[in-house]
Design a protein around this ligand. Structure first.
Ligand SMILES: *Cc1c(COP(=O)(O)O)cnc(C)c1O
Length: 363
């Protein structure tokens, strides 16, 4: 049972039916927001309270709010999927709830109980149910829970006031023109996380430090940047917001072990389970970049992909670095990669049985 009761303060919709239908016809990603948002506040004196569902709109925040100066902020990302019978479901939300608690501990923020996190998702989706797209080709309602230091205080210590919100944004298919393999730039200049740092926490600061690498990738004509370990710049960590996998000719699925500088993706963990089911040998270990590039050349590695909630699975077609460029397989989308992607999305949209018990009904 959730201790927080997220009650809706208003039933007036911000956006009319016609405008909503227009937006849902081509929502893109992260461009449009729904009618409502969920809020709760934590104070050091009282703990969590003030749960409510309020109209989506600008926040009132002191310019001295701690988050604006010291970046004490974390977030989550998950999707609500409409099934053929009209019901709305989400995927492994307990995993996101528990990860948000781990992120909170690392950023000295208060942990939101798992039940309250789940209740906040239900409240957000129930209020904005008309915004959950019909699932004709991988549309969803993207849910973004986040938490930040809102205390008006410029001293440096953990904030004694923290605000939690869930905002929702309709998302179109990630690949409207079919799955497009990524070109990935390997940066030898920047790292996203170091030993003892915040790499395993889902915090805005990690993204802030990844942006220059992403710019560098764009200058090289690449779509994404790959970060290596910060100490030796030799082994694969991850992209700025996606975990990385390789598939070998002899049926092994390789991914970097979680060393503390990598974010533990829910998609990553689901792929490990589905690959095991398929009889692939799943190996989590240090992946040395130079060895991976050699094995691409020799044909020992046949497929590579990146994964995360937004894209689900995105094939990698090519790597670029200062020393040259390397094609993955034939540069297209690998067969096993696409099969894993199809299986995962079929589970999410209720098209095949949910044998792992990963789905939770929201509405
Ligand atoms: C969110 C995120 C991922 C992917 O996690 P999912 O739970 O699969 O969406 C991977 N890397 C980073 C840095 C992230 O922030």
């Amino acid at each position: 049972m959730s201790a927080l009761d997220f009650t809706r303060t208003s039933t007036t919709r911000r956006i009319g039916d016609d405008e909503r239908a227009q937006i849902l016809a081509d929502p893109g990603f992260g461009q449009h927001y729904t009618d409502f948002m969920v809020h709760a506040r934590w104070t050091a004196e009282r703990g969590w309270g003030d749960a409510e569902v309020v109209p989506f709109g600008p926040l009132q925040l002191s310019p001295a709010a701690a988050v604006l100066h010291y970046g004490q902020e974390i977030f989550e990302g998950l999707k609500a999927f409409r099934h053929a019978d009209g019901s709305v479901w989400t995927f492994r939300p307990e995993a996101n709830a528990e990860r948000m608690q781990r992120s909170a501990r690392r950023l000295a923020l208060p942990e939101l109980p798992v039940e309250d996190f789940l209740a906040s998702l239900t409240a957000a989706t129930a209020a904005d149910e008309p915004w959950v797209p019909e699932a004709t080709s991988e549309e969803s309602l993207y849910l973004r829970p986040f938490m930040f230091a809102s205390e008006e205080f410029l001293g440096v210590r953990a904030s004694r006031t923290v605000d939690y919100y869930v905002i929702s944004s309709p998302a179109g298919p990630y690949f409207p023109r079919g799955v497009q393999p990524l070109i990935v730039w390997i940066t030898d200049e920047y790292a996203r996380a170091g030993a003892g740092g915040t790499g395993a926490a889902k915090c805005g600061g990690n993204y802030a430090s990844s942006l220059l690498g992403k710019n560098e990738a764009a200058e090289q004509g690449a779509d994404e940047v790959l970060f290596l370990d910060s100490e030796t710049h030799t082994s694969i960590d991850e992209l700025s917001g996606m975990n990385v996998f390789a598939i070998t000719r002899d049926g092994r699925l390789l991914t970097p072990a979680l060393t503390g500088s990598i974010l533990e993706g829910v998609t990553r963990s689901s792929i490990l389970a589905l690959a095991t089911d398929r009889g692939l040998e799943v190996i989590e270990q240090r992946l040395v970049m130079s060895e991976v590039l050699e094995q691409l050349g020799s044909g020992e590695i046949t497929e590579m992909f990146a994964c995360g909630t937004a894209a689900v699975i995105n094939p990698i077609g090519e790597f670029r670095a200062k020393g040259g460029s390397w094609t993955v397989g034939d540069g297209g989308s690998g067969e096993v990669t696409l099969a894993l992607r199809k299986e995962l999305t079929d589970i999410q949209y209720g098209r095949i049985p949910d044998r792992h018990g990963w789905l939770t009904r929201l509405v």
